[in-house]
Design a protein around this ligand. Structure first.
Ligand SMILES: Cc1cc2nc3c(=O)[nH]c(=O)nc-3n(C[C@H](O)[C@H](O)[C@H](O)COP(=O)(O)OP(=O)(O)OC[C@H]3O[C@@H](n4cnc5c(N)ncnc54)[C@H](O)[C@@H]3O)c2cc1C
Length: 287
């Protein structure tokens, strides 16, 4: 279907974009890569009078080394984040997750910030940024504020970004030297995950010194598997020990039941995928 008619503006700066948002209020919608918004407009599930395109704002693009963290501009495409050497070195989990995200076409258009702002619980970026304790920087009429990833995802397709704000940057703390893996379970290639697990592990010899585990599509928002993280600390990275810790993967989760599987099935998947992801992150063969 063709979207309903709308007015289009492509500001050259965040300030201009914020002014347009303030002027048009509820009648306006931000567009980034358009990979989620355009299907919504084409199906006429939303019909904004104004579409504000962030595509010309160069300051929102790129990955920067900012000392203890990487600063990822909200308009950096999945492709550019995924191939970035800094991301590979300091936030390997993000590179791993992006390698499983959609197809090359979508990765060249879709943006890091757009995917997080969209907050689809099946989206592949929420769990990694949550697991790595990222901070979202949002800008509004009063300036910028920082929102911890743990507070950013509020509910299904709902974030802490207010109507008059724009997500401008994602700060990902460096996890240099950590192993990482993103295990995504799909029925057919390039699909959204039925369940996925993001794991990053810091080894100390043969033992797991620290672990971070995030779950995709196990509730209305990305989740952190803290019980697994705690159970892994100090454990040897053996199949038995990791599988034992992974039995806690679905603790506190509330996965949906839909055509792809029941909640019970998803709980099982979370356990299996967590063990695989942690073992792979620790450099062990999961078999
Ligand atoms: C065929 C297909 C397959 C896909 N498969 C996957 C998949 O397997 N895994 C996955 O994770 N994703 C998948 N996606 C989605 C993809 O990751 C999109 O890139 C992402 O969901 C939205 O990013 P975008 O830049 O295109 O944002 P848009 O579609 O432009 O915007 C999405 C929403 O976020 C808002 N928004 C965007 N940027 C900002 C900002 N900076 N500040 C405030 N609000 C903002 C918009 O107003 C809109 O509501 C798929 C998409 C398609 C079309």
């Amino acid at each position: 279907m063709i979207p309903a008619a709308f007015e289009y503006v492509a500001p050259a700066s965040v300030e201009e974009a914020l002014a347009a948002l303030a002027e048009h209020g509820d009648e306006a919608k931000i567009i980034a890569g358009g990979q989620s918004l355009l299907p919504v407009l084409r199906m006429r599930l939303n019909a904004p009078e104004w579409v504000i395109d962030l595509g010309r704002i160069e300051s929102l693009r790129g990955v920067r080394d900012a000392g203890d963290h990487l600063a990822v501009g909200a308009m950096t495409t999945h492709h550019d984040v995924g191939k970035d050497a800094l991301v590979h070195e300091h936030a390997l989990l993000v590179s791993k997750a992006i390698s499983h995200l959609a197809d090359a076409q979508v990765r060249h258009r879709g943006t890091f910030g757009g995917a997080l702002a969209h907050a689809d619980p099946a989206g592949d970026l929420g769990a990694p940024v949550l697991a790595l304790d990222a901070t979202m920087v949002v800008q509004g009429p009063g300036g910028t504020r920082e929102v911890a990833a743990a507070d950013f995802f509020v509910d299904l397709f709902e974030t802490a970004i207010s109507d008059d704000e724009i997500l401008v940057e994602v700060r990902v703390p460096k996890h240099t030297g950590w192993g990482a893996s993103y295990e995504k379970f799909v029925r057919i290639a390039h699909q959204w995950p039925i369940v996925a697990v993001a794991a990053a592990v810091r080894m100390d010899g043969d033992r797991i010194a620290e672990a971070r585990v995030g779950l995709t599509n196990m509730g209305s928002t990305p989740l952190r598997a803290t019980a697994v993280e705690e159970a892994l600390v100090g454990q040897p990275a053996t199949t038995d020990a990791v599988r034992q810790a992974a039995t806690h993967a679905a603790d506190g989760a509330n996965p949906p039941t839909d055509l792809n599987g029941s909640a019970e099935y998803r709980n099982h998947l979370a356990t299996v995928l967590t063990a695989r992801a942690v073992l792979a992150a620790a450099g062990r063969d999961a078999t």
